[in-house]
Design a protein around this ligand. Structure first.
Ligand code: AMP
Length: 283
């Protein structure tokens, strides 16, 4: 496995054999089974697999969140080696944002809601770094998790708008046996908080239950989730949403599909989760 620091090193490895197709899995490290599932997906569909590990400072809107973000590079590299990854990019901040950096990519409308509204500047940071990753690796396919549903929508929009020559592939959310969505931030939870964090999945599945019993009213779905989060003393709701999966606008009328999503502080740790329901949904 080739571990590269500089863009020049990535390009040299990437173009060693120009006829090979590359799959790219962008990550911020502290890898878990959710990341590794994306790596396996990429492994199955491409001749070569690249992974980036970069805790992207410009997508963090809270300094404390950036400082607390788990980092464990040696362990990550061992996990990726075992998955047969060909190339890992672990750039320093200066390599991604050289001195004098002043070029950003911003998707406008669908970043105004949900995570974008709660975390000003977050998606501008995401699309800027993802655009750079796409330019550096030039992959045929890039792999993202449904866990970050709005990120998928925003990256797809960017690819469409700017004509990036690649396919976006989305992997399902990987969960603990009790339903908690895997997240690098889970390891920041204390034991009581880890238990309380289940409330996100409980809220989503309660809303899923009433959807399956025929309730199509967005406000009833949101209210169901809000009530369950409100009953957990260690949890503080940031937002709940029952939105159109494409436009991400809140549903007020009946719909065939809905993206349920929520963000909740458990102690000091902010967690997100979502479920896609209705026609063509895979959960
Ligand atoms: P991150 O390291 O948090 O930036 O995540 C890197 C990629 O892994 C993103 O595309 C995430 O959506 C994806 N990912 C994170 N957690 C999960 C999960 N539990 N299931 C599936 N994909 C995930």
């Amino acid at each position: 496995m080739n571990v590269a620091k500089t863009i020049a090193e990535v390009r040299a490895a990437r173009w060693q054999d120009p006829l090979r197709t590359w799959g790219l899995v962008p990550t911020m490290g502290a890898l878990h089974e959710g990341h590794l599932a994306l790596v396996r997906h990429a492994r199955a569909e491409n001749d070569r697999v690249g992974v980036s590990i970069f805790v992207n400072p410009i997508q963090f809107n809270r300094r404390g969140d950036l400082d607390a973000y788990p980092r464990q590079l040696e362990r990550d590299l061992a996990l990726l080696e075992a998955e047969g990854v060909d190339l890992v990019w672990t750039p320093d901040e200066d390599e991604v944002y050289p001195p004098g950096f002043q070029t950003y990519v911003a998707v406008e409308t669908i970043t105004q809601v949900l995570e974008g509204a709660a975390r000003p500047g977050h998606f501008r940071g995401v699309t800027t770094v993802v655009a750079k990753l796409f330019n550096v690796f030039e992959p045929a396919r890039a792999y993202f998790g449904q866990k970050d549903a709005q990120q998928v929508a925003v990256v797809r929009q960017m690819v469409r708008d700017l004509g990036f020559n690649l396919e976006i592939v989305v992997g399902p959310t990987v969960r603990e046996p009790d339903g908690l969505a895997l997240s690098s931030r889970n390891r920041l939870l204390g034991p009581d908080e880890r238990q309380a964090a289940l409330v996100l999945y409980h809220a989503l599945t309660a809303a899923q239950d009433i959807w399956q019993r025929g309730v199509r009213d967005g406000s009833a779905l949101r209210e169901t989730m809000r009530a369950i989060i409100g009953a957990e003393p260690l949890a503080r709701l940031d937002y709940v949403s029952a939105a159109d999966p494409i436009t991400l606008q809140e549903l007020h009328n009946e719909a065939d599909r809905v993206l349920l999503s929520l963000a909740v502080f458990v102690g000091r740790v902010r967690l997100i989760d979502n479920l896609l329901l209705g026609d063509g949904a895979n959960e």
